[in-house]
Design a binder for this molecule. Structure first.
Ligand code: ADP
Ligand code: MG
Ligand code: MG
Length: 907
């Protein structure tokens, strides 16, 4: 027979901590706390299975199914507490609390003081001799029950909450400010009015029967699993609907019985900084959520915390001690009890705990414990501290840190106080984390000019193109109205570690008028805005930022990660500066250098355009000759920055139309510069036009039709490496041919590259080692990898294009439907951010395996955006890649993810 109800109390429990799937997090930990001797009011948990049955078969079925078990469990709680459920002389009151497997803060509801009715309230007032407390509990109960079970809560923002309205009215009438100043008579009046409101809205009397109340509450918790808030939260956090919620029914303890009672929340360490500092807040004579509800100013648990708080809040020491004493000062014995319990819990769970407690007339009760949520910095510090304290081992410490959270440590951040006061204008995609504040500019060249004048700018574009690169480099941040997480703006910004919000669809940008209209306000060039690249929020005006601190803890974590990693981590970098940043973060080599950006700087674009305009090989070669020395010196810089490690350089990849101007004014400029007619320029631009440039004349197709381009680039690479060798610097070039679909394409290119290399060797009378490989980014290449491997020294999976071509989603246009797909659950994740393991991943796996059939020691890596995404990195480890490559600022994330993957896979 299936067990549906698990009891706990008096140091015993039928459940335990590792039963979260069945009992929910709250229920499992309530059981566990009992087992380790922590004082917890007795109660029982109705399992998540019952929730599933409830959703399938309905209320009557479920009540019938568990009625006897629930009544037996209530009887056990009665025996343990000495109270009686529904009895007027010696009543037992309970709370009914939701609790899913994963914590869903604020998504579902809790009802306190259940079991009170008009007769119980009188009996209880007599028994306790504390009518104020009893009536306070009653009015809370009627309000909570009304809201949660009887649907009294207003559904729209404009509706008024009837209970809040009545409460305000009565407080006003009695001339009191705080709820806890209400007299017994005022509280009685509240209850009467609340009940009348219930009757008026629902047509029914407020239920008097305790069991009717109980079933109403239990079913309301089950219902709350399917409310809009909960559904949305589950979507956001990828929590499956099948999980369901458990229901906890627990004897009440009362923090509102007077001045020796109270309630609060506390943390065993600082969740913001990670400091090993017990902290929290409490209120005297209060119940449940009062501390977080913000009705009264909560007090600090520790004296030290209280003094810190007073300094921030501008409260004098005398006032602090008199009006807001810490628990440590106000109730030293209770403080000591709580201190010991939290130490004990942390030691038991071996993790930072977030706890709820209630003090009833000088007795401490724990109501909840769970692993506390924390910032990235706190996550790192707590893991390392606990390792040093001997609480956890190295592998556990590594697994404790969410790789993505390291991001917070690597970028400038907004000052917390300043951000609270700021106005949010729009929300886009959090394309590249960090914080940026600056003056709006709409054009890249203006960005450069303004910055030269000492201004700080945010580049605002409908979308960006390679032409905007310079402007992007100097801007504080980049904001675009169009484009997804792998749009040009997003990819480039991440590469630079620059804050970027992309695809903020509500922006109306007018390049002509140089204005941006958003949230009803018109912004002109020069106006200040701020971006949070971590959340995608766009703010009005300036917001102060602070630099992140790469603390010693971070370095220690990375050192430990290094010990447990099999794959190495490379970086995607186009400049020596980026390569150096990545190297400082621990990158061992470059997985992708894109050469196209090198053609935009200074005179280069001119030479590039000359090459494009040329009608014959001779003309193109002449122009390429000008580019050769520039490319060579670029490569020298990069090789030097990555000396001793492999550097993969991709040959020219984008379609040529990206290098010619599309606006009339720029075309005129170009014509003048080149000494040709505007018509000639226009004609060329038109001839380069393609309907589907991503599937057009690009990648190795360029190198095949214009072999002189490949030859020039190969020569620049080999010469650069040899120049460095002459200086005693260890350069290790790996030349990568892009967009290969058939082995014949690759063969065509490798022959050119190898023959150029031989020529250079002959000229210089020396040789170096170099590799020639290919990017696997066309499905056909993955499928025929056994053939392709015959011509390749290495594979690098270009999963951006591979995703685009496997799913058939244009990565520059997917923003139009991807959000819809995600909302409707058609896709679980954006495949451009998180590798689609079942589809694209299958091609990757086939590619790796077939490639290694031909060459068992084929070097394999990934250089798409996925190379820095933890779940994708885990996948790369599983299929046996040698390395992952990602943008410089994601290197630490990938290093940690790689270590975690190896720990998991070698278990
Ligand atoms: P949430 O998951 O939203 O925190 P909880 O179920 O933990 O909801 O309950 C809300 C508040 O009520 C918390 O402050 C909790 O400590 C308090 N509470 C819950 N059950 C009891 C109880 N049996 N006695 C006293 N306070 C309780
Ligand atoms: Mg809680
Ligand atoms: Mg590509």
């Amino acid at each position: 027979m299936t067990k549906y109800v698990y009891t706990f109390g008096n140091g015993a429990a039928e459940g335990k901590a590792d039963m979260k799937n069945l009992l929910g997090g709250k229920g499992a930990n309530l059981a566990e706390m009992n087992l380790i001797g922590v004082p917890v009011p007795p109660g029982f948990t109705i399992t998540t299975d019952v929730c599933t049955l409830y959703n399938k078969l309905g209320r009557d079925y479920v009540v019938e199914l568990i009625k006897a078990d629930v009544e037996a469990a209530i009887a056990q709680v009665e025996a343990q507490t000495g109270g009686k459920f529904g009895d007027s002389t010696n009543p037992l009151l309970v709370s009914v609390r939701s609790g899913a497997r994963a914590s869903m803060p604020g998504m579902m509801d809790t009802i306190l003081n259940l079991g009170l009715n008009d007769t119980v309230v009188e009996g209880m007032a007599k028994k306790t001799g504390n009518p104020r407390f009893v009536w306070d509990s009653y009015r809370r109960f009627v309000q909570m029950y009304g809201d949660v079970v009887l649907d009294m809560k207003p559904t729209s923002k404009t509706d008024i909450d009837p209970f809040e309205e009545i409460l305000e009215e009565v407080k006003h009438e009695k001339g009191v400010i705080n709820d806890n100043e209400l007299s017994v008579d005022a509280l009685k009046e509240l209850v009467t009015k609340f009940k009348a409101a219930v009757k008026a809205k629902t047509g029914h009397d407020f239920p008097e029967s305790s069991y009717e109340q109980l079933w109403g509450a239990v079913c309301a918790v089950f219902n709350s699993w399917m409310n809009d808030r909960a559904i949305y939260y589950r979507q956001l956090n990828q929590i499956p609907e099948e999980w369901g919620t458990a229901v906890n029914v627990q004897a009440m303890v009362f923090g509102n019985m007077g001045l020796t009672s109270g309630t609060g929340v506390c943390f065993s360490r600082d969740a913001g900084t990670g400091e090993n500092l017990f902290n929290g807040e409490y209120l005297i004579n209060a119940q449940g959520e009062d501390v977080v509800a913000g009705i009264r100013t909560p007090q600090q648990i520790t004296k030290e915390g209280s003094i810190r708080w007073a300094a921030l809040a501008g409260v004098s020491e005398a006032d602090r001690a008199a009006k807001y004493p810490s628990l440590e000062e106000a109730m030293p014995e209770m403080y000591q009890a709580l201190f010991n319990i939290q130490k004990n819990l942390e030691k038991h769970y071996k993790d930072m705990q977030d706890m709820e407690f209630t003090i009833q007339e000088g007795k401490m009760w724990m109501l909840q414990t769970r692993s506390g949520k924390r910032t990235g910095a706190a996550m790192v510090q707590i893991a390392i501290d606990m390792l040093k304290e001997g609480l956890i081992d190295e592998k556990t410490a590594l697994l404790r840190v969410e790789p993505n959270k390291l991001d917070e440590l690597l970028h400038p951040v907004f000052d917390k106080k300043a951000i609270k006061a700021a106005r949010v204008l729009a929300k886009g995609l959090p394309a590249s984390p960090g914080a940026a504040t600056g003056q709006i500019v709409f054009f890249a060249d203006e960005a450069t000019e303004w910055v030269a004048e000492g201004k700080k700018v945010v580049l605002v574009r409908i979308e960006t193109s390679p032409e905007d690169l310079r402007g992007m480099t100097v801007a504080q941040g980049i904001l675009t109205a169009r484009g997804g997480m792998t749009s040009h703006a997003a990819v480039v910004a991440r590469g630079m570690g620059k804050c970027c919000v992309s695809g903020a669809g509500s922006l109306q940008i007018d390049y002509k008028a140089r204005t941006m209209v958003v949230d009803g306000k018109t912004f002109k060039e020069g106006d200040f805005i701020s971006l949070n690249g971590t959340t995608g929020e766009v703010y009005d005006g300036k917001i102060a930022t602070i630099d992140p601190e790469l603390s010693g803890y971070f370095g220690e974590l990375m050192e430990i990660a290094e010990k447990y990693t099999r794959m190495s981590v490379r970086t995607n970098a186009d400049t020596p500066k980026d390569a150096q940043i990545a190297r400082n973060f621990g990158a061992k080599g470059i997985g992708l250098t894109r050469t196209e950006h090198m053609f935009f700087e200074g005179d280069r674009i001119k030479a590039m355009r000359e090459m494009i305009l040329a009608d014959d090989v001779a003309g193109r070669e002449k122009a390429l000759e000008k580019l050769l020395p520039m490319q060579r010196s670029d490569f020298e810089g990069i090789f030097e920055a990555m000396a001793g490690y492999g550097v993969t350089i991709r040959l020219l990849d984008p379609p040529l139309h990206e290098f010619v101007p599309h606006e009339e004014a720029n075309q005129k400029e170009m014509a003048a510069e080149m000494g040709i007619s505007v018509e000639q320029v226009k004609h060329k631009v038109e001839s380069l036009h393609e309907f589907n440039p991503m599937l057009g004349h690009r990648g190795c197709r360029l190198g095949i039709t214009y072999p002189e381009i490949t030859a020039m680039q190969a020569r620049a690479i080999i010469e650069a490496a040899m120049n460095l060798k002459a200086k005693g610097i260890d350069a290790r070039p790996e030349i990568m041919v892009p967009l290969v679909g058939t082995v014949a394409e690759l063969k065509n290119q490798t022959e050119i590259i190898r023959s150029v290399a031989e020529k250079v060797f002959a000229e210089k009378g020396d040789r170096i080692d170099y590799l020639v490989g290919t990017m696997i980014e066309i499905p056909r290449a993955a499928l025929t990898a056994d053939h392709i491997a015959a011509e390749a020294d290495f594979f690098s999976f270009g999963t951006n294009d591979l995703t685009q071509m496997t799913l058939g989603y244009s990565r520059d246009d997917a923003g139009k439907f991807l959000p819809d797909y995600l909302n409707r659950g058609i896709l679980k994740q954006d495949p451009f951010q998180v590798l689609d393991q079942n589809g694209v991943g299958l091609l990757v796996e086939i590619g790796v395996n077939r490639g290694r059939q031909t060459k068992p020691d084929l070097k394999v890596g990934i250089c798409g955006e996925h190379g820095g995404e933890p779940s994708s990195v885990e996948f790369c480890d599983k299929v046996g890649m040698n390395y992952v490559s990602c943008s410089p600022y994601r290197v630490p994330i990938a290093r940690l993810a790689a270590a975690q993957a190896n720990i998991k896979h070698s278990k």
